[in-house]
Structure formats: structure tokens, C-alpha cells
Design a protein around this ligand. Structure first.
Ligand SMILES: *Cc1c(COP(=O)(O)O)cnc(C)c1O
Length: 421
């Protein structure tokens, strides 16, 4: 029996309607930017396995560091204990995070990092003697699949069964350069009528909304409004963090820094699951007390797992290296050249780019999980390129280390695909 056949017996995959999509491609190997399946077919991983493996799959530097750490300390409780990998990682991160970030809290995935950010914001006000119960979030945002994260997500494609159980959230549109006054008016209105605890947002790029991009100046205006009104700002940089936008963090583009940041995905270079919620000193101070109940009583068993910390530490070192920074610049330039070549194509409605994130919208309407989307996905895979169209958007977010030749193959395959839509 093939792996694909054995898979069907007992496995239940994420985000999958198994009756409509019974088959999973069995991957047996990943190295650099290439995935190999059980039949020996190779695919260029042009979305870095959901934006994680930015330094290439099975990166030698990361794997060797983790292999060494494995001989020393695998796992220990992080309540009441600490260890060098977590300490070193905190020091390395504080060096690259926006300057106001000062405390780091660990969890295991992007959704929980947002969940924790939301809890921090709610308890921040509670500890300060204020009960604030409303959150603000962008339309079409995506923040994960746990309840708090689902609540703030505006892309509630399949949230029907759960919506009655959500936190209360007010939505604002993303700033587009012309609607800033209107957004401010909406914000003022929400603030006057509700007790607003926090604002949760994906800065500059909304990943699950098909790499929708928005205006940095407008976002800065919103952040300033929040600051003036003691509304805790929570930047969900789970996707945008660690170099994707051309800077270490998307928040680096705004003058006003978030109070809280959520990080995961590329944090460990794709080797191990881990997430972080970081915050400024003034958030932390609201929890620091002689009163035990003012502490943050949230914790995951694998918090600050030493192997994941080691992978993350290696990842941060790579991100800061000349080699990776040069690669990022190279990919940005290549995308710009590709944009010139594709933007006037009759099947292309619009294109956009920030850092190594490139997206194009087709003139053709496609359902998020519809037939045309499946056809396009299959076309890419048959050509040996792993791209995952979202609605009528095709986007690239390849590992920084993708070669010129591999990038050209991705571009060419997209151009060829335009003739089948
Ligand atoms: C992927 C993602 C999440 C959820 O992270 P998981 O690790 O899948 O739980 C949250 N926010 C953003 C912006 C994401 O891209």
C-alpha cells in the first residue's frame, strides 16, 4: 500500500473536507526549497510550507544546533525552571524586536500566541481596575483557529457552528490611503459607545485574505488613536515576522510600535513548532504585583521547549547574517522584475508586493476551495511547483534561499498557468 492509501485509514487532516478532497500527497523528503513525494516527484516549495522554512528545509545550521542541544537538555517545566536556550533566545530577540518590546512569553503555535495576546490585553485592564470587554479588529483578518483567535478573525469562512460563542469584536476596514478619516471616525464612535480593551491586527499584509496589503501611514494613525485611548495594540506578526516584509518585522514600518506582538511560523525556520507573545514593559507591569491573582495564569506544557528555542536562536542568527539579508534583497529585486513582466497580462487584474511577498489577482472569479482553484493547484504541482492559490489570488512566499533558477521556474509556471484560467 502507498502512503497515500494508508493515510486514508486513520488520519484527519486540517482544513479539509475529506469527502471532496480524499487524497493527500505523501512527502518523504525536504531539502532546501525542494519537497520530494513518495513517487520521487520533486516540487519547489514556493510558499515555504506556510511561510515557515524561510532558510530552506532541513537547514544544516539549524539542524546541527538542535542535534547538539538534544544531547544536553530535551524538555523541562518552564514554570519555576529556566534554561540557557530560552535565555539566549530572549536576548537575541530583544536585539531585533521593535525597541519597546521587553518581555517574552512562550507557546506552541500562532493561534495560541494571539489567544495569549488577547488575554494579556483583557487582564491588563482588569488588573488596572477597569473591565473592558470589546476588541477591535480588521475586516478579513485572520488570527488562528482557537476561540479568541477565531473571534478576532474577520475571515469567518467556516466559523458558522462557533459564532455564538465568540468574544465581542467591532470591525474596521484596512487603511487604503484614502479612508483614514473615515476609519478614525468609526474608531471614535466605537470608543464612545463601548469599553474597548484592544486592537488586534496583521500589520501591512493580511495573509489568509490572500496577501491583501494596506497602508502603513494609515495603520500608524490607527495605532496612535489606540495609544491615546489606552487601547492595547496587538500586532499579529505570525506570518509577517522575521524578514518577510524586507524588514525584521512589519511593525518596523510604523513609527508607533505595538504593545504586544505575536510570532510563530518562521520563528524556528520550520523545524519545530513554537510561538511567542512579546510585550512592552508597561503591559508586564500591570501583572507584576504582591497579589498572586494579578499574574498571567496561562501556560502550555511545552512552553519554551529547549529544542525549539535552539532552532529559533539559530533562525535569528541566520536572519541577521549577511548571506540571508542579501538573499532577501535578491528575491525582492527578482519579484520586482517579474512584476514588470506580468502586470500587464490580460488575465492579471492587479499585483502587489511587500518584501519577499508577491501576489497577483486574476481577472477570473475563483471560489476559495472551488474547482478552478483545484485545477490551478494541480497544474502547478504537475509542473513541479508548490503554490497554493487563494480565491483568485496567486502568491509567492518562497524561502529566502531560493535559487535564481528555481525562482525563474516558479515565475514561468505562473505565466503558463494564466493560459488555463
Ligand atoms: C498562521 C497564522 C496564525 C495561526 O497560526 P497557527 O500556528 O496556524 O495556529 C495566526 N495569525 C496569522 C497572521 C497567521 O498567518
Amino acid at each position: 500500500m502507498t502512503l497515500n492509501e494508508r493515510d486514508k485509514k486513520h488520519l484527519w487532516h486540517p482544513l479539509t473536507q475529506h469527502k471532496l478532497h480524499p487524497d493527500a500527497i505523501a512527502i518523504t523528503k525536504a531539502k532546501g526549497c525542494v519537497l520530494t513525494d513518495e513517487n520521487g516527484n520533486e516540487y519547489i516549495d514556493a510558499i515555504a510550507s506556510w511561510y515557515t522554512c524561510m532558510y530552506g528545509h532541513c537547514n544544516d545550521y539549524i539542524t546541527s544546533r538542535v542535534a547538539t542541544q538534544m544531547q544536553q537538555l530535551d524538555q523541562v517545566v518552564f514554570s519555576g525552571f529556566t534554561h540557557e536556550p530560552a535565555i539566549k533566545l530572549s536576548e537575541a530577540l530583544i536585539n531585533i524586536l521593535p525597541s519597546n518590546q521587553n518581555k517574552i512569553f512562550f507557546s506552541d503555535n500562532g493561534s495560541t500566541s494571539v489567544e495569549i495576546g488577547v488575554k494579556m490585553a483583557l487582564q491588563y485592564h482588569f488588573n488596572n481596575g477597569e473591565k473592558r470587554n470589546i476588541l477591535i479588529a480588521f475586516e478579513e483578518g485572520f488570527h488562528g483557529d482557537t476561540f479568541g483567535a477565531m473571534s478576532v478573525s474577520g475571515l469567518s469562512v467556516y466559523n458558522g457552528p462557533f459564532e455564538d460563542f465568540f468574544l465581542e469584536v467591532k470591525r474596521i476596514p484596512t487603511p487604503n490611503g484614502t479612508n483614514h478619516d473615515a476609519i478614525l471616525k468609526t474608531l471614535k464612535n466605537i470608543k464612545e459607545n463601548h469599553k474597548v480593551a484592544g486592537f488586534v491586527y496583521e500589520p501591512l499584509v493580511q495573509g489568509a485574505a490572500a496577501m491583501k496589503m494596506h497602508n502603513a501611514e494609515g495603520l500608524n494613525t490607527i495605532l496612535n488613536f489606540c495609544r491615546q485611548n489606552n487601547i492595547v495594540t496587538i500586532a499579529d506578526e505570525v506570518m509577517t515576522g522575521f524578514g518577510k516584509t524586507g524588514r525584521y518585522f512589519a511593525s518596523d514600518y510604523m513609527e508607533t510600535k505595538p504593545d504586544i506582538m505575536c510570532l510563530s511560523k518562521a520563528l524556528t525556520g520550520g523545524l519545530l513548532p513554537m510561538a511567542l507573545t512579546t510585550c512592552s514593559q508597561h503591559i508586564y507591569d500591570a501583572f507584576y504585583s504582591d497579589d498572586i491573582s494579578k499574574g498571567l495564569f496561562h501556560g502550555h506544557t511545552y512552553s519554551a521547549n529547549p529544542l525549539a528555542c535552539t532552532a529559533a536562536l539559530a533562525g535569528v542568527a541566520l536572519l541577521q547574517s549577511k548571506d540571508i539579508q542579501n538573499n532577501i534583497k535578491r528575491v525582492i529585486k527578482a519579484h520586482q522584475a517579474f512584476n514588470e513582466r506580468i502586470k500587464t497580462h490580460p488575465k492579471v487584474k492587479s499585483t502587489r508586493q511587500l518584501g519577499v511577498i508577491f501576489a497577483l489577482d486574476l481577472n477570473v472569479e475563483m471560489e476559495r476551495y472551488g474547482n478552478l482553484r483545484d485545477k490551478l493547484f494541480k497544474f502547478f504541482m504537475d509542473k513541479g511547483v508548490f503554490l497554493r492559490p487563494l480565491g483568485s489570488t496567486i502568491y509567492i512566499q518562497a524561502p529566502y534561499v531560493i535559487s535564481e533558477k528555481q525562482l525563474e521556474k516558479v515565475y514561468k509556471t505562473i505565466e503558463e498557468a494564466l493560459s488555463i484560467v
